[in-house]
Write a protein of this length. Structure first.
Length: 348
């Protein structure tokens, strides 16, 4: 018999199982009959789904369903599973404050247990500037005060800025929202320290703030100054490949936190005003394979901004952000290229 993975097999994250059991217990008191629980995980945490489901079944009398569809953010709640459940536990992300649809959702942020202090201390020599802003993902927000202390002990002034209303914690950034890096407070920062792994978030912070970003990876203690020149060259190539496009397909995702139909309409209108053909494609999950049937010269993405970037080489035609599309049309200068963000009020 296959052994179910246990939570201790990956002790680097906190799955807050006590809070999960307590919530189920609370709901069961208000309900006659069994509590129906939905579980949703991002791709990297799905390996824990069976272990968590079996723990819930063992400790409570709840009936458990697991969402198996791809999930990359809190923007992507499994609406069907929410309908069928008394509560959905959504792991790995902070709430996006999307209103009533989150009433039946409990966000388990799955914070990292990695100690950030070694990486921060290693980053200090790379930060000669006086006033440093700190940015991170939700997995490390609980360690921002420890990071602040290390920088202050090194004589720095530290700013941990609030983002807009889509952002749950000061200093937190998303792949589609760097508002904590370009808020009024952040204007006073001379440079940023980004705590986390991967380069997408710090690239977004650097381009949107136009400030230097030093990255500190708490998992490896690697520190380095972010260089986004290669990224800009890749995006320039994509824009160049779309320069002669006559037919555009505009991607709209129906996912709750990615839906930007008004933006898609305005892109379509702009394209038509320039004598181009432009069609709006509605879909839930956006993937390169789904685009094969649509013989567009270029796509414009209004869904998750990461889609145009992360998988750009896998699409059958160039995939532009809305801002890159404006450059193709000649309505925006190259030097005004910014990252696409879904900011407060940016959804329909
Ligand atoms: S839109 Fe993309 S970057 Fe933003 S929360 Fe969703 S998955 Fe993350």
């Amino acid at each position: 018999m296959t052994e179910l993975p246990t939570l201790t097999s990956d002790s680097s994250y906190d799955f807050e199982m006590k809070a999960v059991f307590d919530e189920i217990e609370k709901i069961s008191k208000t309900k006659n009959g069994r509590v129906v629980v939905g579980l949703q995980f991002p791709e990297g945490l799905k390996k824990h789904a069976l272990g968590i489901a079996s723990l819930i079944e063992e400790k409570t009398s709840a009936e458990v369903y697991i969402s198996a569809d791809p999930c990359f953010g809190a923007c992507d709640l499994d609406m069907r599973l929410i309908e069928k459940s008394d509560i959905l536990f959504h792991f790995g992300h902070a709430e996006l404050k999307q209103g009533a649809i989150e009433n039946k959702v409990k966000f388990i942020e799955t914070r990292s247990k990695a100690d950030v202090s070694k990486a921060i201390a290693a980053a200090v020599p790379l930060l000669p500037e006086q006033t440093i802003g700190i940015l991170t993902t939700v997995q490390h927000v609980h360690q921002l005060e420890a990071a602040r202390k290390i920088l202050e002990d090194a004589g720095k002034t530290v700013i941990i800025s609030n983002g807009d209303s889509r952002i749950a914690y000061p200093g937190q950034i998303l792949g589609c929202n760097f508002s904590a890096a370009h808020s009024d407070d952040s204007e006073n920062c001379d440079a940023f320290l980004y705590i986390g792994s991967g380069q997408f978030h710090p690239i977004g912070a650097a381009i949107s703030s136009k400030k230097r970003v030093v990255c500190a990876d708490p998992f490896t203690a690697d520190v380095f100054e972010l260089n986004y020149r290669k990224f800009l060259m890749q995006r320039s190539a994509v824009i160049g490949n779309a320069a002669d496009a006559e037919t555009f397909c505009i991607i709209v995702s129906t996912k709750n936190g990615q839906y930007r139909k008004t933006l898609a309409d305005s892109i379509q209108n702009k394209a038509k005003a320039h004598g181009k053909d432009a069609f709006i494609l509605f879909m839930d999950f956006v993937s390169p394979d789904q685009m094969l049937s649509f013989k567009a010269d270029a796509f414009v993405n209004t869904a998750c901004p990461r889609l145009a970037i992360d998988d750009s080489g896998r699409y059958p035609a160039p995939v532009l952000t809305p801002q890159e599309f404006e450059i193709v049309l000649g309505e925006r200068e190259w030097e005004d290229l910014v990252m696409d963000e879904i900011l407060e009020g940016g959804q329909d």
